[in-house]
Design a protein around this ligand. Structure first.
Ligand SMILES: *Cc1c(COP(=O)(O)O)cnc(C)c1O
Length: 451
């Protein structure tokens, strides 16, 4: 499989080069030159498969032999050694729980596959790699946890001291061994600037083999297509994945709370592979350039606005470039409906969902709940007109409610129970190091690391 860049169609590189390179030199994002398509037999076999088996079928065509199949199977099984769940909320609605990984957010799927893939390629060449990553929340803990104890890798995470939630800070500061967090006296943008300065510092790079665990890495995107396949298999139940909506299986709508649009783009890859997903709903908070683009045809990225669903506070989503490379406006509109949800409506949605279904949503999942409440009457009506009786919506819940307990407590009056793995984190010692908001100090720290 060859990959090109969204900004340079003449680029032609391998999966390994795309993963280890992260981003094209012109700033473009890597995409497969031809999108993989599964056969009807492969699709129809999926409902009987375990999640790692099914993920292997989805991921394998993208890797295309660059990791031999038995080793890729082990890698996938190791990355996805935690469960998924999809409880039913009502007649038409289920919730896909993507928070059962080690750091309790869906970013574990992408980060764990990417870490193992980078490790496979680096070890073959005897490379040592130092990863630096700036985080404003969930990414740092997913990346740190994914690289913890992986041979050949060390990781430095920069976070803005005191500006992330106490639970998030605890998750970051308790890393040890080959992963270390720096508590920077500055804001997220300062952390990001220090990381960027390191990448453009030729003297530092000649001494330390630096890499990034960037969220636009293709190895973070592709594995996310797997849980769409799993969810579509649950929706089809005893029906046929290769069949027609309304005849062989229910119509299937995926409702995806979106920020940087990696999750939604992975869904588009799954649909192109042949998975029976009839419609996507791209649900954002007030950071809404994509829903506006779908509505008006005008794309206006801008600075992000702070909201209560803060993992989606992205004003200029990176993966929009991939969506544009895949579809023109008309084709995108056939597949995706956009909608944005205010903080006030998100809070009301947490209460509404609890009252109607007894289910506790955190703010990101609540954005999906509100989006489906708003659009479902029209979608169900249109399906009836086409003679389709059964429509099933899958709402993505991207984080555990305990990660956003403050908002949940304000709306529902109780604290969600901390899962065991977060309780473990709370009892570990803090190992983070204070770091001045100063590139020189950061560089000295990196140069003093054991090589
Ligand atoms: C990162 C994140 C999102 C947004 O996902 P994208 O792939 O960036 O659209 C949504 N919810 C949570 C909890 C996240 O951490």
């Amino acid at each position: 499989m060859n990959y090109n860049s969204t900004r340079d169609a003449s680029v032609s590189i391998s999966f390994e080069e795309a993963v280890m390179g992260g981003m094209g030199s012109s700033g473009g994002l890597f995409m497969p030159r031809a999108l993989p398509r599964l056969s009807s037999a492969e699709l129809d076999a999926m409902p009987g498969q375990s999640f790692p088996e099914l993920a292997l079928r989805i991921i394998s065509p993208f890797v295309d032999g660059e990791i031999p199949e038995p080793e890729l199977a082990d890698l996938v099984a190791g990355a996805f050694d935690f469960p998924l769940a999809m409880p039913r909320l009502d007649k038409n609605t289920s919730v896909l729980e993507l928070f059962h990984g080690p750091t309790c957010a869906f970013k574990d799927f992408g980060a764990r596959f990417m870490a193992r893939t980078m490790s496979y390629f680096a070890q073959r060449k005897g490379q040592r790699v130092h990863i630096i990553v700036a985080t404003s929340g969930d990414t740092g803990s997913a990346v740190g946890s994914a690289f913890q104890d992986l041979p050949g890798f060390s990781v430095t995470i920069l976070y803005p001291k005191g500006l992330i939630s106490p639970l998030q800070e605890k998750q970051l500061s308790t890393f040890s061994g080959n992963v270390r967090a720096l508590a920077v006296s500055g804001c997220f943008d300062d952390c990001q600037r220090m990381v960027k300065s390191a990448f453009t510092d030729a003297q530092l790079r000649s001494k330390l083999p630096l890499s990034s665990a960037n969220s636009i890495n293709i190895a973070r995107l592709v594995p996310q297509a797997s849980y769409y396949a799993w969810a579509a298999s649950q929706v089809a139940a005893s029906g046929k994945l290769s069949g027609a909506a309304g005849k062989d299986r229910p119509e299937c709508v995926m409702v995806v709370p979106s920020g940087n649009f990696g999750n939604l783009t992975a869904g588009l890859l799954a649909a192109e592979a042949g998975l029976p997903i009839d419609l996507f709903i791209a649900a954002t908070n007030s950071n809404r350039p994509v829903p506006e683009y779908l509505e008006s045809g005008d794309y206006r990225p801008r600075d992000s606005i702070a909201t209560i669903s803060n993992a989606m506070d992205v004003g200029s989503p990176s993966n929009f470039e991939r969506m544009q490379a895949m579809y023109d406006l008309g084709s995108l509109r056939q597949r995706v409906r956009g909608i944005w949800v205010s903080d006030a409506d998100t809070r009301a949605a947490i209460r509404d969902c609890k009252q109607k279904t007894a289910y506790t949503m955190e703010p990101h999942g609540a954005v999906a709940w509100k989006a489906w409440q708003s659009l479902s009457p029209d979608i169900l009506e249109k399906a009836r007109e086409r003679g389709i009786g059964d429509v099933q919506a899958v709402l993505f819940e991207t984080a555990h409610p305990a990660k956003f307990s403050e908002v949940v407590r304000q709306e529902l009056g109780f604290d969600p129970e901390l899962p065991e793995r977060l309780k473990d984190v709370m009892s570990k010692p803090d190992n983070s190091l204070p770091m001045a908001c100063d590139y020189k100090a950061f560089k000295d720290y990196l140069l003093a690391l054991p090589q």
